[in-house]
Design a binder for this molecule. Sequence first.
Ligand SMILES: [Zn+2]
Ligand SMILES: [Zn+2]
Ligand SMILES: [Zn+2]
Ligand SMILES: [Zn+2]
Length: 593
Amino acid sequence: METASFPYKIHQCSKCPGDTAYYCESCPCDLCPQCKENHVKDLKTIDHDVVSQHNKINYIPTQEVCVRHPSHVYTKYYEPCQVLACNNCQTHRKYKKIDVQTAYKTKRQQHRGTIHTIRSEALFYRPVLLPGIKTDFKTCRTEFSRFQSEMLTKAQTLKNFINFVTYDLLHNVFCDFDFKHRCLKQTIEMGRHIVSLQEYELRYVQPEFTFSALQFLSFTKTALPQIHITLHTSQLSMTESFNKEDVMESLSAIQITERGNRRVGNQCLLKLTSGAEFHQSLTLTDVDHCYHISCVTSDRVWVSDGNNLILTDTTGVPLEPQPVKDLCSDDIFTGNGLHTVNSENELIYINRNYDINKLSMDMKTTTTFIERTDSTWVPLCVYWSPSSGDLLVMMLRRLPWGCKVTRYNQSGQLAQTIQHDNTELGLYRVPHHITENNNGDVVVSDFEFGAVVVTERGGRHRFSYTGPPSGPVLLPCGICTDALSHILVCDGTTKTVQMLDKDGQFLSHLLSEPQEMGPPWSLSYDVNTHRLWVGSWWDKKVCVYRYITRQDALTGALVYRESRGQHDKGYSGVLQDWYTVDRERHPVLVWKP
Ligand SMILES: [Zn+2]
Ligand SMILES: [Zn+2]
Ligand SMILES: [Zn+2]
Ligand SMILES: [Zn+2]
């Protein structure tokens, strides 16, 4: 039994009567293996730091004996060569040595992110792919036999074709008679040609006694055009026998298409809970409102009011006093959608000069990402798209009034401009926030228009959402989309967060005048934990809610682990078979002992 080797008294899991083997540093609590599985997979606790019990008490299991000096144990670690040494070891003397315990802790720390991803994502998602692979396994024989027969037909056609060409070569091109005949024909042709050229030359230098200007002129008119000065007889070849198109068609008819990696849609992995559940809240100290929020990780968020843009952890206290000193603070469009965060956790924001800047994760380096070059347009709001890696910028021109969406690629180059109808009744009036949905739709909340305006990626208008049926006028502000392609929008009129599907159908009021905070004004969706961050307009509160959970039946990883534990060979076991129950979603693996 695994827990038997621990050098302390075994105590109980804090969630069930099982023996504890793990420890959650975030809760904190003790966990048995089963409860630990659930803990790292549950979206409620997915970002917790779970360590094994021996890490909790900083215990390193055994002192290991040096292979070169059996009476000594390893004490040092040489980083450049990644080797261990005891006090007696003479090798690698010139390198700086690290104490084994320190090296162990440092290495563990370095691998924490990877382990977290494996535990909470990979082990959870990968088994979901198994049913698909099994289905393919069943159908691939039929699929490929179709290709096989097609290929055999093609091969036969090609063979026939080659036979024909060979025959043609022997009987027409290289056959004795034809070859001689063609040469003879060419000799005669060339002879005639030489004669006509000589005649032409003679006419030109005609001797004096027969000189006639008339004759020369009539010759140039009639006979000359028929002389082909550049005539050459062709070299013998067999190209006539081949028809390039036939060969190409014969060889290219079988199409092999690359289908890419296996994927599982979020629809199979995630589902909505019965309603939004309050997760945590933070009260801010250095901003007065939450006009716009951009969540970075499950415990870091950028918040801006009209003047300040700060990064805070869950305490609400800024990590730095004033990390952004040149935030744009236009008097009309104050603080709406001015910032976003990219996959490197860098902040992208609109500055006072309407340039778009990038601030590094450590808040030490600011670079100009997109310089403002056209003074007629001002950027209103920005959104970095996790799916495409592009930056979407909503631009406004005041004279004449007009809006356009520009798309920049990762290196800051303009990739696309979607300009809309510039009349006063155009697609947008005063867009406040911009975001993108998983299907590529550009989603904009327009406060003046009272609508969520959605266009497809190319800019064609898809729909405008103006609130639930028979509801009051919508005053849309903060907006975001989630992993299930829902659109979430804050409504200033009803003080709600409304959820619609990707086609604009109202689904529910996700939040309705929440007690924990003032009216919802700004939104940010955390793609890793699937939590919704909501900022309030008139108080200093940001609340985090959970409304998405993982599908229940996805326990493949657990089954895998249990199966592996059932036989002695551990990792070297051979997967013999596996089958599914529960409508092909619940793989069970059978291991060969
Ligand atoms: Zn337990
Ligand atoms: Zn925990
Ligand atoms: Zn070395
Ligand atoms: Zn040694």
